[in-house]
Structures are given as structure tokens and as C-alpha cells.
Design a protein around this ligand. Structure first.
Ligand SMILES: [Zn+2]
Length: 119
């Protein structure tokens, strides 16, 4: 029986094999305990491999940047959101106030008119 080497199982774990090859490897795993162990070893190596550690570092840096505000893009976005909220209030409050005064004025005029009519 032909067995697969650790190097070959590494390729399998890293998804570097074609679909027919993968099926061949998987079929062999069911019937071969020896290769199952090698496969698990390759899995362990892959889990502890350098690219994932780098990915973790990148993630940590990203979180740290967000906490400290070290990422200018993120800080800018936050500032924009804040100023949008402020300008919304500044824009609509005078209009709302003007409408309130206008309605109040109309009500007063309507009342005056009714009083005149009653006289
Ligand atoms: Zn085998």
C-alpha cells in the first residue's frame, strides 16, 4: 500500500491539492491509521504555523489602533459621524423653531379674527 508523506498531508491541509487528489487522500485516511496520524501531525503544524500568528498580530494591532485612535481613517470616520449629528441639529432646529413661531402666529391671528367676527 502506498502511503502519503507528511509533506503531502501538509499540502492537503493547506488546500493545495486538486479535487481528485483530495478525494484520494480522504479515501486513504479511512483505511490507514498510519496516515491518519501523519495527517493529524500536519494539522497541528498548520494550526501553529507562522501565517496564523501573523494574522493574530494584525488583529491585535487593529484592535489597539481602534482603542488608541491610532488609525487615522477610523478616527476621521468617527469625527465625521459626530459632526453630521451636530450639523443636523444646527440645520433643523432653526427651521423647527421658525415653524413653531409661524403656527403660533397663525393660531393667534385666527383667534383674533374669530373675536372680531364675534364682535
Ligand atoms: Zn497510509
Amino acid at each position: 500500500m502506498d502511503h502519503f508523506s507528511l509533506e503531502e498531508w501538509r499540502k492537503y491541509v493547506k488546500n493545495e491539492l486538486s479535487e481528485p487528489e483530495r478525494e484520494l487522500y480522504e479515501d486513504h485516511l479511512y483505511i490507514c491509521d498510519q496516515c491518519l496520524e501523519v495527517y493529524l501531525e500536519a494539522m497541528d503544524e498548520e494550526e501553529n504555523s507562522l501565517p496564523e500568528m501573523q494574522g493574530e498580530d494584525e488583529f491585535t494591532n487593529l484592535v489597539m489602533a481602534q482603542i488608541t485612535g491610532g488609525n487615522p481613517e477610523e478616527a476621521d470616520k468617527e469625527h465625521k459621524e459626530l459632526s453630521t449629528k451636530e450639523s443636523w441639529f444646527e440645520r433643523w432646529f432653526p427651521i423647527a423653531f421658525a415653524c413653531f413661531m409661524l403656527v403660533g402666529g397663525l393660531v393667534t391671528m385666527y383667534r383674533d379674527k374669530n373675536q372680531i367676527d364675534q364682535d
